[in-house]
Design a protein around this ligand. Structure first.
Ligand code: F6P
Length: 523
C-alpha cells in the first residue's frame, strides 16, 4: 500500500485555496448572472440520483482544482484498491468489501456471500409464511441498527402487513422495555445483530429479551462462534465477514429483518440499486463521478471555505432517519485526527453532519440557517417519483424544498423588508425598527438532490452514494475511513466504572468530578 504523498496534496490544496480566495466573497447570484450555463455545468447524475451544486459557492475551475487534489491524493489508485479487495483498512489489516455484498451476477459474486443470502431468503420465507410469528425484535446498535431502521422506515410501502417490527439499541432499559411491550413472546422472533457479538448494549438487551422467552432467536454476526456460545442455534446464525465495516453492514445479514419484513424482494432490489451506484463510482472519471464530485463539494465547504457543519434535510418523511444513519457513516468514518500513516491531519476529513426531515425542520432550526451568524451549507433531497398520502401534498413538499433553497440564496435586504412593511401600512418608525430583524443576508449555499422515486433500487443507490462520498472525502485528506479507534476509550472507561456503580470497587485515580458523580449516582 503506497504511502500518502502529503507534499503533493499540500501543493494541490494551495491551488484549491487560491480558488477559494477568488470565490469566497463572491455572490452566488452574481455567479449565476456571469454564466448562463452554470446550472447545467454544476448538475451531475448517477443511477437514480441527480444533484445540482449550482447554489454552492463553487465553479468549474474550483472543481478542477479539487480534481487535481484528488489526483495528488491518488483517488484512482485508492478506489481501485478498494474494489480489488486490497487491505485499505490498514490499522485493522482488513479489506473494505461492503460493495461485494451487492454484486448481482452471480448474486453475491462469491459462493460464501451467495450461500448466506440464500439462507437469509429461505429463513425469511419460513418465518413470514409459517403463520407462527406476529413480531420481530431486532437488537443491535450503531451500524448493526441504523441501516435496517432507515430501510424499513423508508420502504414502508413494501412492508409485509401484520408483522410488527421493533428495534432496541440503547442500554437505557426504556428502549428494550418499549420493544417488548404488548408483544407475545411465543409469537416473536428475536434477531441479535452484532458484528463482534461483544457489544455491551446489544448483549444486555439480548439477555433481557431472551429471558422474556421469544419463540426463536437468530443472530447476524461476524463472530458466529460467539453467537452459538451465547445460545443461538447454529442454523439460525447468519454470518458476515470482518471486511464489512459495522457502518457499512446494512447490505449483509444485519438486514435479515429487512428480508423478513419486506415483500417483493425489496431487499435484493436494494442491493441491485446499490450495485448500480458502485458501477458508476468505480468506472466514472472524477469529474463525472457524482459521489466524488459531491465529496469535493463537501471538502471545499469544510476546508476551503471553513464551514464546520452542514445540514442534511430530506424533504421526504420516509427518509427522516437518513440523518442519523449518515451521522455514523460520516463522522465515525472520517472523524479522525491522523492520516492513514499516522501523521497529524492539517485539515478535517469531515464536517459535523446534522439534520432532520423537511418540512418539520423548517419549524425548528431553519431560523439558524437563514439568519444565524455562520453560514451552514444545506443539502436537500426530494423524491421526484410517486408519493404516498394525499395527492395535493406533493406539490407543497416541492414548493417548500425549492423555496428554502431559494430563500437561502436570494435573501431579503433590510430595505426590501422595510418597503414591504410600509406597503402594509406599518409606520415608518416601526418599519425601521423591525427591518433588521426581518432581513435575510441570503447568499447561503445549498445542494438540491433528487432521487427518481422512493423505490428499493433508488434507496440502495442513495445509501451507496453516501458510502462512496464518505470514502472519497477520506481519500482527499488521506485518512483511513474504515476504523473507529475513537470509540474505544469511552467503552473501556465505562467497563471500568461499572463495578463501582454496582456496589463493587471504584477505580483508583479517578478525576474528582467523575469520582463525585460516581458516589452520587451509586446512592
Ligand atoms: O462503537 C462503535 C461500533 O463499533 C460501531 O462501529 C458499530 O457499528 C457498533 O459499535 C456496533 O458494533 P457491533 O456490531 O460489533 O455490535
Amino acid at each position: 500500500m503506497g504511502a500518502t504523498d502529503l507534499a503533493a496534496m499540500t501543493q494541490a490544496w494551495s491551488k484549491v485555496e487560491a480558488e477559494a480566495a477568488r470565490l469566497k466573497r463572491s455572490k452566488l447570484l452574481d455567479l449565476f448572472a456571469a454564466d448562463v450555463k452554470r446550472m447545467e455545468a454544476l448538475t451531475f447524475s448517477a443511477p437514480h440520483l441527480l444533484a445540482d451544486f449550482s447554489k454552492q459557492r463553487i465553479d468549474s475551475a474550483a472543481l478542477a482544482a479539487m480534481g487535481a487534489l484528488a489526483q495528488a491524493a491518488d483517488f484512482d489508485g485508492w478506489r481501485a484498491k478498494m474494489f480489488a479487495g486490497e487491505i485499505v483498512n490498514n490499522t485493522e489489516g482488513r479489506a473494505a468489501k461492503h460493495w461485494a455484498l451487492r454484486i448481482q451476477d452471480p448474486p453475491g459474486g462469491d459462493n460464501e456471500i451467495t450461500a448466506v443470502l440464500d439462507r437469509m431468503h429461505a429463513f425469511a420465507h419460513e418465518i413470514a409464511e409459517s403463520g407462527d410469528y406476529d413480531a420481530v425484535i431486532h437488537l443491535g446498535i450503531g451500524g448493526s441498527d441504523l441501516g435496517p431502521r432507515v430501510v424499513l422506515d423508508a420502504l414502508k410501502a413494501y412492508r409485509r402487513p401484520n408483522l410488527t417490527v421493533r428495534f432496541a439499541s440503547n442500554v437505557d432499559g426504556a428502549d428494550v422495555a418499549d420493544a417488548i411491550e404488548g408483544l407475545d413472546p411465543k409469537r416473536t422472533l428475536l434477531i441479535v445483530a452484532s458484528k463482534t457479538f461483544t457489544t455491551q448494549e446489544t448483549l444486555a438487551n439480548a439477555e433481557f429479551v431472551r429471558a422474556w422467552g421469544p419463540a426463536r432467536i437468530a443472530a447476524a454476526t461476524a463472530a458466529p462462534e460467539k453467537a452459538i456460545a451465547w445460545g443461538v442455534a447454529a442454523a439460525d446464525v447468519f454470518a458476515f465477514w470482518d471486511w464489512v465495516g459495522g457502518r457499512y453492514s446494512l447490505w449483509s445479514s444485519v438486514s435479515l429483518v429487512c428480508e423478513i419484513a419486506l415483500t417483493h424482494g425489496a431487499f435484493f432490489k436494494m442491493l441491485e440499486g446499490a450495485e448500480e451506484m458502485d458501477n458508476h463510482f468505480r468506472d466514472a472519471p472524477f469529474a463525472e463521478n457524482l459521489p466524488a464530485v459531491s465529496a469535493a463539494v463537501q471538502m471545499w465547504n469544510r476546508e476551503a471555505l471553513g464551514h464546520r457543519s452542514y445540514a442534511i434535510i430530506p424533504y421526504a418523511e420516509r427518509l427522516r432517519l437518513l440523518p442519523a444513519w449518515l451521522q455514523q457513516l460520516e463522522m465515525e468514518s472520517n472523524g479522525k485526527g491522523v492520516t492513514r500513516d499516522g501523521a497529524s491531519l492539517q485539515r478535517s476529513a469531515c464536517a459535523v453532519t446534522w439534520g432532520a426531515a423537511g418540512t418539520n425542520a423548517q419549524h425548528s432550526f431553519f431560523q439558524l440557517l437563514h439568519q444565524g451568524v455562520d453560514e451552514i451549507p444545506a443539502e436537500f433531497i426530494v423524491n421526484a417519483g410517486a408519493s404516498e398520502g394525499p395527492a395535493s401534498h406533493r406539490t407543497k413538499v416541492y414548493a417548500n424544498a425549492l423555496a428554502q433553497a431559494r430563500a437561502l440564496v436570494v435573501g431579503k435586504s433590510a430595505e426590501q423588508a422595510k418597503a414591504e412593511m410600509l406597503a402594509k401600512g406599518i409606520s415608518e418608525a416601526e418599519a425601521t425598527r423591525l427591518a433588521p430583524h426581518r432581513a435575510f443576508t441570503g447568499n447561503r449555499a445549498s445542494t438540491l438532490m433528487a432521487i427518481d422515486e422512493l423505490s428499493p433500487e433508488a434507496l440502495g443507490a442513495l445509501l451507496a452514494f453516501y458510502e462512496h462520498r464518505t470514502f472519497t472525502q477520506a481519500v482527499l485528506t488521506g485518512v483511513n475511513p474504515f476504523d473507529q479507534w475513537g470509540v474505544e476509550l469511552g467503552k473501556d472507561m465505562a467497563n471500568a466504572l461499572l463495578p463501582g456503580l454496582e456496589g463493587g470497587a471504584t477505580p483508583e485515580n479517578l478525576d474528582p468530578s467523575t469520582a463525585a458523580w460516581l458516589r452520587q449516582l451509586r446512592t
